[in-house]
Write a protein that binds this ligand. Structure first.
Ligand SMILES: O=C[C@H](O)COP(=O)(O)O
Length: 254
């Protein structure tokens, strides 16, 4: 792909896979994923067996969580804190996925608090933004996504911003089989990079990785990653199968 920035392929397993299935996946891909110098290969799994996966991860694949609370502890029944995630050894955490925004009360404010908490605990936040179909049809995608990005990065400084990854996921493309065209994805991601430039300057904006997510699969990955500003993918369904995941990470190799 010959990318300016090191590509990232992050699988988001959502609420799929038992512990045994997850471990089998890791055993299957450990020796097969390309060197980390070429592509950052990540899978984000359920909290219950994160520690088991981290123990068995090879040097070229890393494990992430799919969410966390922003507080270090407190009366938050059922939640996982950044301190707790730290003890599992994970290196990444997805923040603000549209499913969490839609079903679990995630807001731009909590996304920002979680981004701060992740950075503080040396977890790489994969910060999700993206518009609904109504917004795209109304022609206000750029404004809405800009607003999400600005709010997510409130009081995050330049050095901290460098430690983040953004995932642009149009809600209408998630799990629907309806991928944004490479040009649509590139246009919005270029706009996001412009927002980062306004916030932090060109040097930072040019280093932050921005991924596309939404029905990425082995057939469309090449055309999406061929776009100048798309640095990888956040992948749901197509990350569940080891062979499919390996095709995606190999496609993203520099
Ligand atoms: O986090 C991943 C996204 O929700 C995309 O899911 P999908 O690849 O199944 O459309």
């Amino acid at each position: 792909m010959n990318k300016l920035r090191r590509p990232v392929i992050a699988g988001n397993w959502k609420m799929y896979k038992t512990r045994d299935e997850a471990l089998q996946f890791i055993y299957a891909v450990n020796q097969e994923v390309p060197s980390r110098d070429l592509v950052e290969s990540v899978v984000c799994a359920n909290d219950v067996f994160l520690r088991d996966l981290v123990k068995r991860q090879g040097e070229n694949i890393k494990i992430g969580a799919q969410n966390m609370h922003y507080a270090e502890n407190g009366a938050f029944t059922g939640e996982t804190s950044p301190l707790m995630l730290e003890t599992t050894g994970v290196e990444y955490v997805i923040i603000g996925h549209s499913e969490r925004r839609a079903m679990f009360n995630e807001t731009d404010e909590t996304v920002n608090l979680k981004a701060h908490a992740a950075i503080k605990h040396e977890l790489t936040p994969i910060i999700c933004v993206g518009e609904s179909l109504e917004i795209r049809e109304a022609g206000t995608t750029d404004q809405v996504v800009k607003n999400q990005v600005v709010k997510a990065y409130l009081n995050i400084d330049r050095n901290q911003a460098l430690k983040t990854i953004i995932a642009y996921e149009p809600i209408w493309a998630i799990g629907t089989g309806k991928t944004a065209t490479p040009e649509q994805a590139e246009e919005t991601i270029k706009n996001i990079r412009g927002v980062m430039k306004d916030l932090y300057g060109a040097d930072i904006a040019n280093q932050v990785r921005i991924l596309y997510g939404g029905s990425v699969n082995t057939k469309n990955v090449d055309s999406l990653l061929a776009q100048e500003n798309i640095d990888g993918a956040l992948v749901g369904g197509a990350s569940l199968d080891a062979a499919s995941y390996l095709t995606l990470v190999n496609a993203a190799k520099k």
